[in-house]
Design a protein around this ligand. Structure first.
Ligand SMILES: Cc1ncc(COP(=O)(O)O)c(C=O)c1O
Length: 355
């Protein structure tokens, strides 16, 4: 635990205790030996920016995939447009998985970093991280993975998978609240911090502390977010990840079975042999996804996200270009009655055909 600065006052020691307890539970949850390798951020976006902008990438090649979220694509694209990096984008399969053969070809040409999603937030398809990590290691490329959509649904073991950096968000299946997430950076790899400032330690020095995690954490921490993440992980541990994964897969299959009975409905990327997080993407014939989303919300009080889901490049591979999809997203806590209610509303929307 970092030495405390008495001048931070009041209840700061309780907050510091909570922050370190949460750090330890995140580390345990993700198979990270040294909890100081986990830095808290405002979410996966900040974590990905910290990793991408914190590495010395000038003049180097970076590989990413068509399955990424804008939180990875936009900082990478900004570096490319500034002339700092050469960016190569590996295509996706029709499920939204990275095409491993194409990835390997790109790795053979040499790259400093590969930024690869664990799980698509559009189709729920889960990439084989063990194979991806072995490939990047074999080619001497650092691996930064985004586990925002899989964390809390599937076990992720950073040490076993030999991952270099991993970004996560707290507000999805980790049952936290919005505005919390983090970055794991393997021991020995140091990033340039995105920000410097008050840390509550070594307050007399004008230089920001060097060692992680304070190296990456400046300013007042988001304590409600950290406490929620801590409670969320405790909840998952009490349910058991295997139980969660089984229940979520049951919910996903139930959604698919029922959706397939709706005339004019097309599923996107839902039928692969891979593992899935409980997300199902679909479109309705002759209706724009946004129009369906609006109708479901206004007429049926069902909130389903519609459009490209901040992942603009995946839609060609899954046959949903240019308008994107409507996405059902279940959790361990979703009840069958709730799924039935959503599907009845989708059927009714399909019957109106946008009229
Ligand atoms: C795959 C993926 N990565 C990153 C993010 C961004 O996460 P955050 O909102 O914590 O910045 C999301 C958000 O929804 C996501 O689905």
């Amino acid at each position: 635990m970092p030495p405390r600065d008495a001048a931070r006052g009041g209840f700061s020691s309780d907050a510091a205790d909570m922050r370190e307890s949460c750090r330890q539970s995140v580390a345990r949850f993700f198979g990270i030996e040294n909890s100081n390798a986990v830095a808290f951020t405002s979410g996966a976006t900040e974590a990905l920016n910290l990793a991408i902008r914190g590495l010395e990438l000038r003049g180097k090649t970076v590989i990413t995939t068509a399955g990424e979220h804008n939180s990875a694509l936009r900082p990478l694209s900004a570096l490319e447009r500034a002339g700092d990096i050469a960016l190569r984008i590996a295509p996706c399969t029709s499920e939204g998985l990275v095409d491993l053969a194409a990835l390997e070809k790109l790795l053979c040409r040499g790259a400093a970093l590969a930024v690869i999603n664990h799980c698509s937030n559009v189709t729920g398809a889960i990439n084989d991280l063990a194979t991806i990590s072995a490939l990047t290691r074999q080619h001497g490329t650092l691996l930064l993975t985004d586990v925002s959509q899989s964390a809390g649904h599937r076990p992720i073991d950073c040490a076993g998978l030999d991952i270099d950096m991993m970004a996560f968000t707290g507000h999805k299946a980790l049952f936290g609240i919005r505005g919390i997430g983090g970055l794991y950076v393997r021991d020995g790899l140091l990033l340039r911090p995105l920000k410097t400032g008050g840390t509550g330690v070594h307050g007399r020095l004008l230089t920001h502390p060097d060692r992680p995690p304070v190296r990456y954490e400046a300013g007042t921490p988001n304590m409600p977010g950290i406490a929620a993440l801590h409670a969320g992980i405790a909840c998952i541990e009490s349910f058991g990840l295997e139980t969660i994964a089984g229940q979520c897969e049951g919910n996903r299959r139930y959604c698919i079975e029922r959706l397939e009975t709706i005339p004019g409905l097309r599923l996107h990327g839902a039928r692969g042999d891979c593992a899935y997080a409980p997300i199902v993407s679909f479109t309705l014939e002759d209706m724009a996804p946004e129009e369906v989303g609006y109708l479901l919300e206004q007429s049926f009080d069902i909130a389903l996200r519609a459009g490209v889901h901040c992942a603009p490049l995946i839609h060609r591979a899954i046959g949903a270009e240019p308008a994107g999809t409507i996405r059902i997203s279940c959790s361990y806590l979703t009840k069958r009655e709730e799924i039935d209610q959503a599907i009845d509303a989708i059927r009714a929307a399909a019957e109106t055909g946008g009229r």
